[in-house]
Design a protein around this ligand. Structure first.
Ligand SMILES: [Zn+2]
Length: 105
């Protein structure tokens, strides 16, 4: 299942490439058909931000309230989840939009 390029409308973007497309502030990925850049839509960035906030709260909670050896592992796990999960979600959900930034052309 490939994603549709917002420029030419062709299904050219693989889930892996879309996972690397980043948020609207990022450089995005190039469509192999039309050569134009696109990124994940703003909803993706919002989702990343929410997940990062949850992970941060969880880490602070572990640090302040739990104080065990295991809590360090849970914190590392929370960081990994906050880094990896949004990429996986990006790969399959959210739409691609034309890249806003033009300075990378
Ligand atoms: Zn295209």
């Amino acid at each position: 299942m490939k994603h549709t390029c917002p420029h030419c409308g062709e299904k050219t973007i693989s889930p892996f490439k879309k996972a690397m497309a980043g948020n609207p502030q990022s450089r995005g990925i190039v469509c192999p058909n039309c050569g134009k850049r696109s990124t994940n839509e703003l909803k993706s960035a919002v989702f990343h931000a929410i997940l990062s906030a949850i992970a941060l709260v969880f880490i602070i909670y572990q640090y302040v309230a739990v104080e065990s050896i295991e809590s360090n592992y849970y914190s590392i796990l929370a960081i990994l989840i906050a880094l990896v999960v949004p990429r996986i979600v990006d790969a399959f959900f959210f739409k691609l939009v034309p890249a806003i930034r033009l300075d990378y052309r």
